[in-house]
Design a protein. Structure first.
Ligand code: PLP
Length: 393
């Protein structure tokens, strides 16, 4: 069988080399409950401590502010809970329409089931959050929780979180950053970012699924109640192999490789733009500061579902955007909210956008396969779209 070409690394990415080796060789030995008192279990407990210290060092924060969770979704839901907001005497939450569903849906829930006020900050066509609007909103609602993505999972657009924190400090607000897509692709220095809370996910960096991190230097309320793990703030038996996998995946991060990834991404975008006319293939948000690996591409009105399936038949795996939205009849809320195209409805525009997300494992030959297939596919499907078959009676 032909080798598959995987261009969906923002959805999830294969195990990093050290994680792969650990899972194949050593993980079966690591089955003790790290909270038990006998020596074989205490070895694992000690290694959890070391993993926390190692990761804290990578993120430039204190290990006492890092908690292992089940992933980005849990970390986000923990911070955006009524209980955490009230614990910090915050009664307003300020965010954007471009957030991941883990934020958007939790915020929906807050607005329906609590007296927390929600304020939405506007964005431009490039998918950048309007910081003047953020400042104006904070000035009207001091003492709020601000929650923003450090980098968008669909467009790759980076938010200047240091600027967000600067505004927050002026108005006595706290900041939560969803940094799930930034880890492993850009450098993260939590002290420099000056945020109060941050969410991370293991499987986006080559660790196992179902493991993540919450950074919290301010109070938060536990989502669950139970044992004393994670100082009682995230109870439940430690998932040791998954925790070890995050440490190993962080150890494998090599940001130098992102220069190569950016070259591949830029080559893809420049070539696609030069071989097709601008009304067919168009790169979204390409004027914004973006992650080096992400490209969001409008495909001339052709349904993204059709394109994804046709490319999959050729062994090329891409997505429409968020994996959480896969198969949903609703188009991406992120692309819909860009308001890029006034000639068709924003939803129709979004229905024709695909996401290509790369990793250092991708090659120029793989990019060439996509460059060969995508324009061909779009023009042949446009032909079908504009020339519907004559219906026989
Ligand atoms: N935030 C962003 C930006 C994401 O891309 C994702 C995953 O798609 C999440 C949060 C949720 O993370 P997890 O899959 O670990 O729950």
């Amino acid at each position: 069988m032909e080798r598959l070409i995987y261009f969906d690394h923002n959805s999830t990415t294969p195990y990093s080399p050290s994680v792969s080796k650990y899972l194949k060789q050593d993980s079966v030995e690591d089955w003790y409950n790290p909270s038990s008192v006998y020596p074989s279990a205490q070895v694992l407990y000690q290694r959890i401590r070391e993993s926390r210290e190692f990761i804290a060092n990578h993120l430039n924060c204190s290990p006492k502010h890092l908690f292992f969770t089940s992933g980005g979704t849990e970390s986000i839901n923990t911070i955006l809970s009524v209980e955490t907001l009230k614990l910090n005497q915050l009664f307003t939450c300020i965010t954007s329409h471009l957030e991941h569903h883990a934020t958007i849906k939790k915020i929906d829930c807050l607005s329906k089931n609590s007296n927390i006020k929600i304020c939405w900050v506007s964005n431009n066509e490039q998918g950048e959050v309007n910081l003047d609007d953020l400042e104006a909103t904070c000035s009207k609602h001091p003492h709020s929780l601000l929650s923003f993505l450090s980098a968008n999972n669909e467009t790759g657009v980076i938010t200047d979180i240091q600027a967000v924190s600067k505004i927050a400090r002026k108005y006595d607000c706290l900041v939560h950053v969803d940094a799930v897509q930034s880890l492993g692709k850009t450098s993260i220095d939590l002290e420099k970012l000056d945020v109060d809370f941050a969410s991370f996910s293991g499987h986006k960096i080559g660790a196992m699924k179902g493991i993540g991190l919450l950074y919290a230097r301010k109070l938060f309320a536990p989502l669950m109640y139970g044992g004393g793990q994670e100082r009682g703030l995230r109870p439940g038996t430690h998932n040791y192999p998954a925790i070890q996998s995050v440490k190993l995946a962080v150890q494998d991060i090599d940001l130098n490789k992102q220069n190569y990834v950016k070259k591949l991404r830029d080559y893809l975008e420049q070539t696609l733009s030069s071989v097709s006319n601008s009304s067919t293939i168009k790169i979204n948000c390409n004027k914004a500061n973006r992650l080096p690996n992400t490209s969001n591409i409008y495909c001339g009105g052709i349904s993204n579902q059709t394109i994804i399936l046709a490319l999959a038949k050729k062994g090329i795996y891409i997505s429409e955007g968020s994996a959480c939205n896969a198969g949903s009849p609703e188009p991406s809320h992120v692309i819909t909210n860009l308001n890029v195209d006034s000639s068709s409805s924003h939803k129709d525009y979004a229905r024709s956008c695909i996401r290509v997300s790369l990793s250092p494992s991708n090659t120029k030959e793989e990019i060439d396969s996509l460059i060969k297939s995508l324009p061909e596919l779009v023009s042949s499907l446009s032909y079908v779209n504009t020339n519907p078959p004559v219906q026989s009676a």
